[in-house]
Design a protein around this ligand. Structure first.
Ligand SMILES: Cc1ncc(COP(=O)(O)O)c(C=O)c1O
Length: 402
């Protein structure tokens, strides 16, 4: 801990023998001799949660009865207060539906507003469960592929292509990632308005995933789709969660905002048809404590992330063949490794895992436009990130000499 810091973002946690998927998947794939391989892959954090959240959970574990729960006024007030304080967003509790996760909620929204055989727009390279959600609900994907400006290293939206895809009469929904995982774009109000106008014109529902909305880097401000005005209310679902923000993914908690009463009813019916969506007791306790009491933890974390982005920025500037796509938001970094010249994405992955002893989410997972990119999770102690970057530099130096 540095002198000014209130929280511990420095201790490197031992997670090999925990229930972490991120760490376990290495041993599954590489066997017991893989203990030295460091994963900066799955988007949870290498940090303990805020002590304020832990205290609330311990208190609940000691005193509560774990029967069937409803969300109390205090729960809604915590969520509504957060949205107002952090996002200048006024949420009415009648607009809120609970879910155990953003992906269950997106799947449910797809069931509410699409039919098998319909088409759905996504923007690859993008969080790959969007693809699974579309496919598992019998939908055909229309990929409004993001455009990388090679000179600027900056992704943007091909709006002509988006309009053409939205105009397809079988296209009924778009799953939007705001901010965008993995490319790190924080969509501007202007970009979001153009998306909204196109979707409104063609009767396409917008399923806006805002799980990363609490992470904007200096100079960028996240615009929530709901803040663009009531114009889009009839086509809009917004999906939020405290789980990325406060590292609570294992507690399963998310809040969907659906302003149009009929649309919300359709969502709630679709949820009932799969047995209902809700937040667990501990999810509610943690969410409430996080939004009410852990804001300072998040603010300190944001400074740690800045430090980590700077480290990767310096690394990419130093290492031939690697370029950082400057993140505007999220706690992820998107590294363009095409310049390393590997013959195949398999060869690049093999090199990183077996030679550099690091495990990232390989870009091709997010669609072919992500081939030879790597997604690095920056939500880790700076010392761990430094080790990962050193490993890569050393492995690349050895590769050059061979
Ligand atoms: C864009 C995005 N949406 C959804 C999720 C998963 O959300 P949940 O665990 O609430 O289903 C993630 C997790 O990485 C994500 O990055």
């Amino acid at each position: 801990m540095t002198q000014q810091s209130q929280y511990d973002f420095d201790t490197v946690l031992e997670r090999h023998d925990s229930t972490s998927i991120k760490w376990h998947m290495i041993e599954e794939a590489m066997g017991p001799d893989s203990k030295d391989v460091i994963p900066l892959s799955v988007a949870d954090m290498e940090f303990k949660p805020a002590p304020e959240i832990v205290d609330a959970l311990v208190n609940a574990a000691s005193h509560d009865v774990f029967g069937y729960d409803y969300a109390t006024d205090d729960y809604y007030d915590a969520f509504i207060g957060w949205m107002k304080r952090r996002h200048h967003c006024i949420v009415d509790r009648d607009w809120v539906s609970l879910s155990d996760g953003v992906m269950p909620a997106i799947n449910t929204a797809l069931r509410a507003v699409t039919h098998p055989g319909d088409k759905v727009i996504i923007q690859r390279p993008v969080y790959y469960p969007f693809t699974f959600a579309a496919e598992r609900n019998g939908l055909t994907i229309l990929d409004n592929e993001l455009v990388l400006d090679e000179a600027a290293g900056h992704y943007s939206i091909d709006f002509d292509d988006l309009e053409a895809k939205a105009a397809d009469p079988r296209c009924t929904a778009m799953i939007l990632c705001n901010p965008h995982n993995p490319v790190g774009r924080v969509w501007t109000a202007e970009e979001l308005t153009r998306i909204g106008d196109i979707c409104l014109k063609h009767g396409v529902y917008v399923l806006c995933d805002e799980i990363h909305a609490d992470f904007a880097h200096p100079g960028h401000e996240v615009t929530l789709f709901g803040n663009l005005g009531s114009k889009y209310a009839d086509i809009l679902f917004e999906f939020t969660a405290p789980t990325k923000t406060f590292n609570l993914a294992g507690l399963l908690c998310s809040n969907a905002i659906i302003r149009n009463a009929d649309l919300k009813r359709r969502f709630d019916v679709a949820a009932e048809n799969i047995g209902g969506l809700t937040v667990s007791h501990f999810g509610m306790v943690a969410c409430q404590a996080a939004y009410n009491h852990a804001e300072a933890w998040l603010d300190e974390l944001l400074t740690v992330l800045e430090r980590n982005v700077a480290l990767v920025r310096e690394f990419a500037a130093r290492v031939d063949g690697i370029r950082l796509i400057e993140p505007e938001g999220t706690y992820l970094a998107w590294l363009d490794c095409r310049g390393l010249g590997f013959a195949s994405v398999d060869a690049q992955r093999e090199f990183l895992r077996t030679k550099a002893r690091v495990w990232f989410d390989e870009g091709s997972l997010f669609g072919h436009s992500g081939d030879f990119f790597e997604r690095i999770n920056l939500a880790c102690p700076t010392a761990l990130l430094q080790r990962v970057l050193n490993n890569i530099e050393q492995a690349l130096a050895a590769r050059q000499h061979n």
